[in-house]
Design a protein around this ligand. Structure first.
Ligand SMILES: Cc1cc2nc3c(=O)[nH]c(=O)nc-3n(C[C@H](O)[C@H](O)[C@H](O)COP(=O)(O)OP(=O)(O)OC[C@H]3O[C@@H](n4cnc5c(N)ncnc54)[C@H](O)[C@@H]3O)c2cc1C
Length: 329
């Protein structure tokens, strides 16, 4: 039957990517989003990942270019030991890597060009048509209701991010992650991304136009159901950032909920005949999200299953502890 009518629950990075990919393939797509998740203007897209994730990040980058999502390329500096096989992997996807002393950091680091970008995720999400509605899913029959009315489609995809484990029975959990916008004494923070594995933080410009503003965080995982009010103590992270970058004035701290799987890597799979799940993007959804969406589309339309990211690898496991985010080295 062509075209198929797809219903997507969740209009975040995954839901929006699925919309474009399925439209490109000629299908009808309706995205439902409750609007309960805060959308950050830009997120980091980095090719400096590990294993097969690098290919997904490359696929995501191609997607952003094709769909016209605004991006700003920035050099990055990685502090801490990086194994040679990773450097070789990154060079293989066109990243120029050089080890050198960075004067304003008073440290030797890996200076990379062509590997990191700020991506206007807000543009991707806000330019994707969606119906504003909270969708409920019957756990037995997988019947969907939006604002009390039944929703029907040929294929249903659940892509509700941190709300996935509350919506359908899957091997994932939600957690809180935060970052602080700060004013720095150095303007270099406005034009570089820093991954500091020695002090344990990352720093990224607000928008990438230069200046003294940067967002810092440590990607720590605070397990919690989505929506709960979480109070964070940023003092420890900020003191580590000060040790590296000098004086700073914190301006604003914000966070959101992410979704993690037992091995903290993304997953997709079939839940029932025509119902699919995709999620577990944890702290690197802008990096691999469109790539994972593409794997799911190939699975649904062509029957090609990539075992590495298949939900079946967890065997229905629900009792587990979340680990470290896999984009960290
Ligand atoms: C502080 C912070 C910084 C981050 N920085 C980066 C970064 O720099 N780079 C990066 O790659 N990633 C980053 N991330 C992670 C990134 O935000 C996530 O990986 C990504 O948003 C996950 O995308 P998603 O589409 O799976 O879920 P989401 O973006 O959460 O989208 C899910 C959507 O589903 C909707 N929804 C939920 N339940 C329902 C329902 N029942 N009915 C209808 N709609 C529903 C929600 O409203 C939401 O819009 C960061 C996260 C945080 C918290």
């Amino acid at each position: 039957m062509f075209p198929l009518k797809f219903i997507i629950v969740g209009g975040g990075i995954l839901g929006s990517s699925l919309y474009h990919l399925l439209k490109e393939a000629g299908h009808e797509v309706k995205v439902f989003d409750s609007g309960k998740r805060r959308v950050f203007p830009t997120l980091i897209h980095s090719l400096l990942l590990k294993g097969r994730d690098v290919e997904l990040a490359k696929e995501s980058l191609d997607f952003y270019r094709r769909v016209g999502v605004p991006m700003r390329e920035l050099p990055s500096i990685t502090l801490g030991h990086v194994p040679q096989d990773l450097i070789t992997l990154w060079e293989g996807v066109g990243v120029k890597v050089e080890e050198k002393h960075v004067e304003w950091l008073r440290a030797r680091g890996l200076y990379a060009k062509g590997g990191d970008r700020l991506v206007s995720i807000a543009h991707l999400i806000h330019s994707t048509p969606h119906v504003k509605a909270e969708v409920s899913v019957d756990p037995e029959t997988f019947t969907l209701r939006a604002n009390g009315r039944e929703v029907k489609g040929d294929v249903i995809v659940i892509a509700a991010g941190a709300w996935n484990p509350q919506t359908v029975p899957v091997s994932s959990k939600s957690y809180y992650c935060w970052a602080t916008l700060a004013l720095f004494g150095t303007s270099e923070v406005g034009s570089h991304i820093i991954y500091d594995y020695e002090k344990g933080f990352y720093s990224r410009p607000l928008l990438g136009f230069g200046g003294n503003l940067a967002i810092v965080g440590d990607g720590d995982v605070i397990e919690s159901p989505p929506g709960r009010r979480i109070c964070v103590n940023s003092a420890d992270v900020l003191s580590r950032v000060r040790e590296r970058l000098g004086r700073l004035a914190p301006l604003y701290t914000a966070g959101e909920f992410c979704e993690g799987t037992p091995d903290m890597r993304p997953a997709f799979g079939k839940l029932k005949e025509n119902v699919y799940y995709v999620g577990g993007l944890n702290g690197y959804g802008a990096e691999v999200g469109p790539g994972i969406a593409k794997l799911l589309v190939d699975f649904i339309l062509k029957g090609e299953e990539n075992k590495e990211y298949s939900l079946s690898r967890f065997n229905g496991l629900r009792d587990f502890r979340l680990g470290r985010e896999p984009h960290e080295i």
